[in-house]
Ligand binder design. Structure first.
Ligand SMILES: [Zn+2]
Ligand SMILES: [Zn+2]
Length: 335
């Protein structure tokens, strides 16, 4: 524990007490505030139960900057935990991308006096998909139904820096990845990287709105930053190997599907090979945690489409689960 977090431990509320009860080396637990560095925090959201994403926040001299707006209920979960650590106003909430579990909470932050901030691509993606997805999601989520879609209004085309001399956060768009509007939050002083869903740590990759070939290149750029600590969009915090493993998973999927395409195998044969590919990926200890029964087929299909422009034949049981995945509610995806 560093000096700053020790001081906060002495003055803050229940959330910080819970945070300090664990050994500093322990990785985050769901719902627990973790001190990543001085005045830099990470919170793993309740994904399976509530569909929440992870959050990060940095306490600047005059304000708090939050990484990811979460769903409205996720924002309401994390706001008291921030306020237990600091009385400074929450001024900025960054949408790392346009998905509901990262951006639908914007209105909640606005009501707290904050401004939603994002890469320009987030607004472009919202124009593409909204308000259709919001309306779909509102049918199953009371928190969305009782809030409103609020687009980010401070936008940056490439990068935006927050720097008060003590803390520096660089919001950077490094290319297409999970979506066409992903940004990373890079703290060069602490070598901490907040990734949104451009990097997850577990079986949470949704590929519907992105491009896996470009995603691999974007992860190269992210790796070059030299992060010591990686705070993913879903799953626990880790070190630089999380970025490497996430990238390796996609490289392996591309390699395996690519080999079949090169061997002139058609969509039906590749569709039939999904279970074998899944087994091979699960056998690799570094990336086994990225394999999910629900996700693997969509990952294989995405690569196949990128390589050939074709779709896999629709399996007989493509149904509600696929549609939910389209709506990008990771929690349901896991069910
Ligand atoms: Zn996402
Ligand atoms: Zn997400």
């Amino acid at each position: 524990m560093c000096d700053v977090s020790r001081r906060e431990f002495l003055t803050a509320g229940a959330a910080a007490v819970a945070a300090s009860a664990k050994a500093p080396s322990a990785l985050a637990e769901i719902g627990r505030v973790e001190t990543v560095a001085g005045e830099v925090y990470f919170h793993e959201g309740d994904l399976t139960g509530k569909g929440h994403c992870n959050n990060g926040w940095i306490v600047f001299e005059d304000y708090v900057l939050v990484i990811d707006a979460n769903f409205p209920s996720g924002a309401l979960d994390v706001i008291p935990k921030i306020q237990a650590l600091t009385q400074k106003p929450i001024r900025f909430a960054v949408d790392t991308h346009h998905h509901g579990d990262h951006a639908y909470g914007n209105q909640v932050w606005v009501e707290k006096g904050a401004v939603p901030v994002a890469h320009t691509g987030v607004v472009e993606e919202m124009k593409r998909y909204e308000p259709g997805r919001w309306n779909d999601t509102a049918k199953t989520r009371a928190d969305v139904k009782s809030s409103r879609l609020k687009a980010p209004s401070v936008l940056f085309p490439k990068e935006l820096f927050f720097d008060d001399g003590k803390h520096r956060v660089e919001l950077v768009h490094l290319g297409v990845a999970h979506t066409h509007g992903d940004s990373f939050g890079w703290l060069p002083g602490e070598r901490v990287l907040f990734t949104g869903d451009a990097c997850v740590n577990g079986p949470y990759n949704f590929v519907g709105d992105g491009d896996i070939e470009q995603w691999i290149k974007t992860l190269d750029a992210a790796r070059k930053l030299g992060a010591k600590s990686v705070c993913p969009g879903h799953g626990p915090r880790g070190d630089a190997t999380v970025l490497e493993d996430q990238q390796l998973y996609f490289k392996q999927v591309r390699e395996k599907v690519g080999a079949l395409v090169t061997a002139k195998k058609g969509g039906r044969e590749i569709g039939d090979a999904v279970d074998r590919i899944r087994g091979e990926l699960e056998a690799n200890k570094r990336i086994a945690r990225y394999v999910s029964a629900g996700g693997i087929r969509s990952h294989v299909e995405k690569v196949f489409t990128e390589l050939t422009g074709q779709k896999l034949p629709v399996p007989a049981k493509k149904t509600a689960a696929e549609r939910r995945r389209h709506a990008h509610q990771h929690g349901l995806e896991l069910a």
